[in-house]
Design a protein. Sequence first.
Length: 192
Amino acid sequence: MLRIPRRLAVAAVALAAVLAGCSDPDAGAAPEPSAQPVAQSPAPFDQTDVTFAAQLVSQHQQGVDLASSADSRAANAELKAWAKRFVETHEPEIAQASELLESWGQRPPEDPGLDGNRPGKVTDADVGGLTALSGTAYDKRFVELMVRHHEGVLDTASQENAAGKNPRARELAGKLSRSQQDEIAELRKLAV
């Protein structure tokens, strides 16, 4: 019988174990990445971004409030339809601007009348005068106030485009610059 020295036998067993480990495709492989997403640092923002988002919430809420009155007061059916589309389009933008503010640790404004002298602001007297009207007189005044309101949003978006840092806020401002101009053109056609 062939006698294998003890050291050689131990070395053979160790070599066999190493070789067995090499044949396992998962042995020594890097661990699978966890299913947990890696926390990303928040996108940069500055005071221009905060001011833009806060003014946008306030401006759009006031616009939605004005547009909501058109259904019962306007004479022009196209103007009523425009006002309904305005509400449907701008409520999600209010939510988007509010979400931006919250992501920056800021509170969205709750009352559009408490934001000082923002561009295009419709005063309480303007709102009171509008809601006292109906028919074609309402239609004419509604268009005047909404054009002023939209020009204010354009000014707010322009300031964000010029000096804002946050990519999402700048993207929203660019979108608004285009949509507000289109809406002003539509409003002016409805005023005729």
